[in-house]
Every structure is written in structure tokens, then in C-alpha cells.
Design a protein around this ligand. Sequence first.
Ligand code: ADP
Ligand code: MG
Length: 390
Amino acid sequence: MKLHEYQAKEIFAKYGLPVTSGMLVKHLSEVDEALKKFPNGPWVVKAQIHAGGRGKAGGVKLAKNEMEVSQKATDILGMTLISPQTGPQGKVVKKIFITPAVDYTKELYVSVVLDRAHRCPVILASAEGGTEIEELAAHKPEAIQKVYIDPIQGLHPYQARQLHLSLGLPPDKINQGAKLFQGLVKIFMDLDLSLIEVNPLVVLKDGSIHCLDAKVSFDDNGLPRHKEYISWRDPDEEDPRELQAAEHGLSYISLDGNIGCLVNGAGLAMATADAIQHFGGSPANFLDVGGGATTKAVTEAFKIILSDNRVKAILVNIFGGIMKCDIIAQGIIDAAKQVSLSLPLVIRLEGTNVEKGKELLSKSELKYSFASSMDEAAKAIVVAAQGVKS
Ligand code: ADP
Ligand code: MG
């Protein structure tokens, strides 16, 4: 689960890290209240979306006077921001953060992520902040420092001080810097995060250090341990199909293609996507109905796939182990009754109760073609999708 910058900054403030507060604004009528709360300009008006690169895309604007704050708020609220992280369709801005502008002399980068190869959290930091870290990693990887963190003991004070100095931060602010790095690691550990990022971390005129941007992503598997944050999820920012799937215990991820996939098991779902790609097609989704899905869940899975109007053909690829083929077959028949299924459908069933499943399907009025292997299924669905006009 990702948080907005204004939410991440609330957590930072709770942990005593240096951030500038501001006010979240959802309607233009609230701008005056923000100006009353923060009467001293200049201000920065910042789009709140779950994607970085807002500045370059025009979603972060400086406002020198109160008129300009209203102007920038009008411009940004409701605009579609397109950044490398939003995808080509962009994201509509539904919230903005109005915050005092900060005068700074230097921009740095710092984040904490999990290093799976080293089996511990790692700090990534660079004296060259402000730019996309992906760009820096690709073109100048030596500019990124790594500090590995003992998962039991956390970041040692000497590691935090060393990092402060090696980033070229003012030596007289070493205690502040060390506290900040330790604080970021503490938040990462306390809240079971998958990412905490400050880009840019800035140096103010008096040499002190300040977090100008803040990004936090929770590890969804750890979220049940932090129930107070569950309501912080912003449904506006989530794929509605992914939310609907999660409610029914299904793992669904939207992809860019036009072939809907209904598969059991994450491994088989990935192999199915690969097979479709191999034969020249493109999957519209990853959908794992899991090992114990009921007829109802499978019906929901079908509804979710069909609610995506890019989908031109559907491939059902089931290996019945715990999940019995006849349950899937019944789910497909039930779903087809509930939604008008007119798209080409290729079904491959194998495993437990396969004969029962086939029998149910053949007795139904469903129009489908049956494939007896994964290759055959992938080839057939690619041809079927190509045959449907968009
Ligand atoms: P993003 O990473 O999505 O582009 P940032 O919050 O990093 O968004 O903002 C982009 C740029 O805008 C920053 O690198 C900084 O130059 C400027 N900026 C952001 N917030 C402020 C602020 N409060 N005061 C001054 N400049 C800011
Ligand atoms: Mg940033």
C-alpha cells in the first residue's frame, strides 16, 4: 500500500524528522483556509498522486503570492499528470498539498529498501538528489552509496555518522543527520515498509537538513500488524479491479494487453502470460484464483476480467490440484449466465475432476473451444484475440 506525500510527512513528523507541514486541499473552496493556516509565503502547490516525477510533469508549482496559490491550485486540481511513473494514460489529480516553500542550497537522495540478496534492509543514498534515482542508477551507479542494516540491531550510530560525512553534509550538523538516517530506518522497521524515500533531502541555508519530499510504501503482508494505517489507503489511487479482486480473495494485477487470463496458481499465471507473449499476444491481466476458490469467487473473477473493455478474448488455464476442475467449470457457466459473455473463450483444464468439468461444460450452452495443452491454448487465444476488432 502506497501513501501520499502528505500522509508520509505526517509519519515523519510523528518520528521527529524535519518536514514542513502543509494542508491537504480537495476543493478550491479550501484554499483560503490553507492560506490562513500558513499565512507566510511563498508557497508550493503539490499534486498528491501515487507516483513520483510530479515536478517535471507540472504537478509541483511555486506560488509567490496568495493570488498565485489560487491560480496554481486551479491549474493542478483536476489535471491529468503524466510522468514516467503514471503510465501513458496519466493520473487525475484529486488532492493537492499547499505547503510553505523552503529555501535550500543542495539536493540529496536517500531511501531504505529491502535487499533480498543480502537479506537485510539497505540505505541507498546519493549526494546527487532531485533527479530520478533510476536514471542515476543507470548512468552513474557509483554515485549511489549503500549502507547495509543489521535487521536485529538497526542502523548503528557510527554508520549513520559515516553516511552523513560521505554525503558531504555539513560536519557541524552530524548529530542531526545521524538522527535523521536512524529515524528513517526506524520507521522502515517499525511499520514493515517496503520503501521509504526522501527525494530530495535538502540542505538549508543554515546547514540543517530537511525532508522536502516523502514517499512510503507498506508491505501489504505486514499491514495487518498496523491496523491504524489501513484506513489511510486511498481508493482513488488504486485500480478498482484490483480492489474488487482483493475483496474476494483473488490476486489480480492489471496489465496492458487484451487477453484476459483466469488461472490458478501464481506460477501458472506467470507461465500463461509468458506463453501468450511467446505466441505474439499480450495479456490484459494476471489473475490467480488460488487453491481454494469457490464457485462464487470464480464467478467474481470472470466479472472482473469482463469489466475491462480492452479484453478481446479470455483464456482459462487451470491445473486442478486442490482447486477442482468441476468447480472452475461451474464458475465459468454461472458467470456466463450473469454477464453476457460474447468474447472468444479458450479453456484448458487438467487435473482433479477434469472429466467432470468437461462434462459440465459440454452440457452447458457456453460457446468455447477446448485446448488440451498450454501451448495449444496460448496459440488459440492469440489467434482469437487478433480476430476480434477493437
Ligand atoms: P516529485 O518527486 O514527485 O517530482 P517533489 O516533492 O520531489 O516531487 O518536488 C519536485 C521539486 O519541487 C523538488 O525537487 C523541489 O525542487 C521542488 N519542491 C518541492 N517541494 C518544495 C518546497 N516545499 N519548497 C521548495 N521547493 C520544493
Ligand atoms: Mg521527489
